[in-house]
Design a protein around this ligand. Structure first.
Ligand code: ADP
Ligand code: MG
Ligand code: MG
Length: 907
């Protein structure tokens, strides 16, 4: 028999059973409380009930393992001894908090109950002991409110209509009391006021919930513990896990911890801080605090918190006193802990602290969420400070972080001319523009209808998470930089402004008002989250310019040194090619020629070519297109001078170009000088039952060689004309949709002949390659044969996914959602490569191709080229490069570096 499972981990007095590495078992909060305790940092003692208890609880029909009770009792005795107080003791009572904590932080998802242990038995003792009746009743009214909300309502599965939850009702009760006393702040209520208030609270709880608030310390404790476990399967927690892809089986831990009181008087306080600025990444200590307050006050946005230090105060919050000035010695101690934690965890920490009568306690530390800008700056600076090495710095920046830097901002020209509607705190950077919505549900609904929305709330709570997710940006009237809205927005890299004090929201009238200006729900609003400014209307947004950011440049330089995959771009126009090159593209992996035809003049020539009855007519039409194409290719190759440019010959079904209304047919017939009936008949003829598998790709060039000939001529003439101007060009002609070597050879001969002709005519030479796109499963299987003639491969993973699964990408909307819901597929295979299936085809293509031609250059140019997970796959498959859309190029560079680092470290 093995040892009995340990369900309860103690921490206190410099020693803890657990460690930071045990997040799976102890949750993030519990593991870090243990770690801080072991580091000698002052932490109130307590214990952690493991996530295994949560798992077993759900496995056993919501019953605890029998050993749990003993474990809790034993740990509680140790806490009592250290605190020199007794839980439930009438003379010297101990109070505790019950706190949840899953492996990964889920802001506000799980609930905490403070001040557990206050009963009619213990209250007189605590009043006696502290000599502060006001404080005791302040703690008591908080306990009743939190407990009623979290334990008696939410965990019990009661779902009141919006705005009628018990917390809201009790808050209203409190506002009523404040109004009747003529005071504005909670702190102005006297002990007598609070005594009356708690009686009113208890009555309200009883009448609304039908049960009394428990007057027994143990009932409170176990009620709290149970509520944490219940809330793991609560609606909001489940919804958040879905968005964030957190498995249900992880479970949550529960922490029970001795209370320390930030609300014990003027030499008490509470606060939250980040060891570096989470919005900008600047290496200064950054945070907020409130004197005479309990933990949740800072985050809840009930009172506007004060700046932590002078450095922050000089950044705008001038009129408030900082902790550094109010309590200099304690601030110094806190700053010391800040450096100790950063040195230990080697990353930015998000911390909670409380000061009780001049003594500092740490209540939480965790790796802090940050904006993309901040993530990049911190990674680079921590590496320069030698806190972390280069590889760690590269791994630490997530693709989403980079993506954020590539986000748009408001066009400064337009912004300057627009009067500011409102100011708030810049909680999430970038710009966002959309229709004002006042509720999360409506935000989600409008979003589903394809509208862009900005969620405007007094403050946000976990109930709003789905609406926050749906919104382009978030604006709140209350709350500080560490409020729920700010935290969530930062985590997602979403534009967000909080604490916009001038904003008055009228939920009944569905309007917002700022200094007399009234906007309705559905009106446009634009936010500048970087500066904390809101504007009426929809302002023009500009694409991002990451190259201005020195930390970005440094990081990308490091990435380029680590990665072994080349990064190209998919671009059809010179502008796109230039953008991509600025972002670091090393060539074009796919230039789709058909996209060049959609201009009105060109499409006419194109249609003329398509409906041509015979070769001669077709040649005539084709020659008109040659002029345009040559010009386009010249522009693109010039933009990419010195780098390879892969150009794909015409690929889509011809029918796509003549999908015309009767009126358009009449027009076209007139232009071409043919009869309408004849034209209609020809179009009819082109119609296909299954165009995706029809007359397209190399099949076009094989049936109409003059098209391939013209395109090859355009490419090579463009190359020749650039070469004559001493520009270095490397055209690569790509034959699409090849399934057999004979198909490829047929087209290769045409292209090769044209190349020789053009070089002879122009009297210049330039290097070029002829290769193929691998996008038919058969091509993967006979890749060894195709590689005899093809000089490069480029996997077209969109079509390869279509043909491997037999899914038409344009039609998956009708069944893919069900496939994902029923877990028949783990993800959309068009977004992230299906490694076990399509991936195997890619590997086979690579192996067979290189068996014939060991140095065969192989790339990928499907949508997957910009997908982080797929990029890791392509790295391992030994490809030479990935090609993605211009705005994904930086992400691809970073992911390629991460893939190389992980691969080398055996990950
Ligand atoms: P969350 O995950 O929502 O931050 P926490 O468990 O961290 O929930 O607690 C909410 C607030 O209560 C925090 O400000 C925290 O510092 C405070 N708090 C929790 N436990 C205690 C305690 N034992 N003594 C004093 N404050 C506490
Ligand atoms: Mg916390
Ligand atoms: Mg294709």
């Amino acid at each position: 028999m093995g040892k009995a499972k340990k369900y309860v981990y103690f921490f206190g007095d410099g020693k803890a059973d657990g460690r930071a590495e045990q997040k799976d078992l102890l949750g993030g909060k519990g593991a870090n409380l243990a770690e801080m305790t072991n580091l000698g940092i002052p932490v109130p003692p307590g214990f952690t009930i493991t996530t295994e208890v949560c798992t077993e609880y759900y496995r056993n029909n919501r019953n605890y393992p029998p050993e749990l009770k003993k474990g809790v009792e034993r740990a509680l005795v140790r806490v009592e001894r250290l605190m020199r107080a007794g839980f439930g003791d009438a003379v010297n009572p101990l109070l505790v908090s019950v706190r949840s904590g899953a492996r990964r932080s889920m802001p506000g998802m799980m609930e905490t109950v403070l001040n557990i242990g206050l009963t009619s038995r213990t209250i007189p003792g605590l009043v006696e002991k502290t000599g502060n009746e006001r404080f005791v009743y302040d703690a008591y009214r908080r306990l009743i409110m939190m407990y009623a909300d979290v334990v008696m309502e939410k965990a019990a599965g009661i779902e009141p209509p919006e705005g009628e939850g018990i917390r809201k009702l009790l808050e209203e009760e409190m506002d009523k009391h404040k109004a009747s006393r003529g005071v504005r702040n909670d702190t102005e209520l006297t002990a007598g006021d609070l005594k009356e208030l708690v009686e009113a609270f208890k009555e309200r709880v009883k009448s609304v919930l039908g049960r009394s608030f428990p007057d027994d310390h143990l009932q409170q404790l176990w009620g709290g513990i149970g509520a944490v476990f219940q809330s793991w399967q609560g609606k909001r927690a489940v919804a958040y896990r879905k968005i964030e892809n957190i498995p249900d089986v992880w479970g949550t831990a529960v922490n029970v911890q001795a209370m320390v009181f930030g609300n014990a008087g003027e030499s008490s306080a509470t606060g939250v801080a980040f060891t570096r600025n989470p919005a900008t990444g600047e290496p200064h200590f950054y945070g907020e605090w409130l004197p005479n307050a309990q933990g949740e006050d800072v985050v809840a946005g009930i009172r506007t918190p004060l700046p932590l230090n002078k450095a922050m105060r000089s950044r705008g919050q001038k009129k408030f006193k900082s902790l550094e000035e109010a309590m200099p010695a304690l601030y110094k101690q806190l700053a010391g802990i800040r450096s100790q934690l950063e040195r230990h965890y080697k990353d930015m920490q998000d911390i909670e602290f409380t000061i009780e009568n001049g003594t500092l306690y740490m209540l939480q530390t965790r790796t802090g969420k940050r904006t993309g800008t901040a993530a990049i700056r911190m990674a680079v600076e921590m590496c320069v400070e030698r806190l972390i090495d280069r590889k760690t710095a590269l791994i630490r920046v997530k693709p989403e972080h980079l993506d954020e830097l590539l986000h748009p901002m408001i066009d400064p020209a337009g912004e300057k001319k627009t009067p500011v509607l409102a100011r708030g705190l810049p909680a999430g950077p970038g710009a966002g523009c959309g229709l004002i919505v006042l509720s999360a549900d409506l935000a989600e609904k409008w979003r589903q209808e394809g509208k862009k929305v900005v969620l405007v709330r007094n403050e946000t709570s976990p109930e709003d998470v789905h609406g926050m997710h749906a919104a382009e940006a978030i604006l709140t009237a209350k709350g500080g930089m560490t409020s729920h809205a700010a935290l969530v927005a930062r985590g997602w890299g979403k534009c967000c402004i909080v604490g916009c004090g001038a904003l008055a929201i009228d939920e009944r009238a569905r309007t917002i008002e700022v200094n007399g200006r009234v906007l309705r729900e559905g009106d446009w609003i634009t936010l500048n989250g970087t500066r904390g400014l809101a504007y009426e209307g929809c302002l023009a947004l500009l694409p991002a310019d990451p190259e201005k950011n020195p930390f970005y440049r440094k990081l990308m330089g490091w990435a380029d040194r680590e990665r072994r995959l080349g990064i190209r771009t998919n671009a059809d126009r010179p502008e796109d090619a230039r953008t991509a090159r600025r972002f670091g593209a090393e060539g074009i992996g796919l230039c789709r020629t058909e996209h060049m035809f959609f201009d009105p003049q060109r499409i006419r020539a194109m249609r003329e070519m398509i409906v041509a009855e015979d070769e001669q007519q077709r040649r005539k039409a084709v020659m008109k297109l040659l002029v345009y194409q040559k010009k386009d290719f010249e522009g693109i190759m010039e933009a990419m001078e010195g780098l390879p440019v892969t150009i794909r010959l015409l690929d889509p079904p011809l029918h796509e170009f003549v999908n015309l209304q009767p009126r358009q047919i009449a027009e076209l017939a007139g232009e071409l000088g043919v009869g309408q009936d004849k034209l209609r008949a020809r179009i009819e003829q082109l119609h296909e039952l299954n165009p995706m598998l029809g007359h397209r790709g190399c099949r076009l060039g094989i049936t109409y060689p003059e098209i391939s000939e013209m395109q090859a001529r355009a490419i090579f003439q463009a190359a020749a004309s650039l070469a004559k101007r001493n520009k270095k060009v490397f055209p690569e002609v790509m034959i699409p949709l090849v399934g057999t070597d004979r198909e490829f050879l047929n087209q290769k001969e045409i292209v090769q002949r044209v190349a020789r002709e053009v070089m002879r005519e122009a009297g210049v030479r330039f290097p070029y390659l002829i290769g193929t796109m691998i996008e038919i499963p058969r091509a993967c299987i006979v890749a060894d044969e195709i590689a005899r003639d093809a000089e490069f491969f480029s996997f077209g993973t969109n079509d390869l996914t279509q043909t491997a699964f037999g899914f038409s990408r344009d039609d998956i909307g009708s069944f893919l959602p069900a496939y994902l819901e029923k877990q028949i597929l783990p993800h959309d295979p068009f977004q992230s490569l299906d490694a076990p299936g399509v991936g195997r085809l890619v590997e086979m293509g690579v192996q067979k191709g290189r068996r014939t031609r060991p140095k065969l250059k192989i790339g990928i140019c499907g949508e997957h080229g910009g997908d982080p997970k797929s990029i890791r796959f392509f790295h391992r498959a030994g490809l030479n490069y990935v090609s993605c859309s211009p705005y994904r190029v930086p992400v691809a560079r970073l992911c390629a570096a991460q893939a190389a680092i992980e691969h080398d470290s055996g990950g």
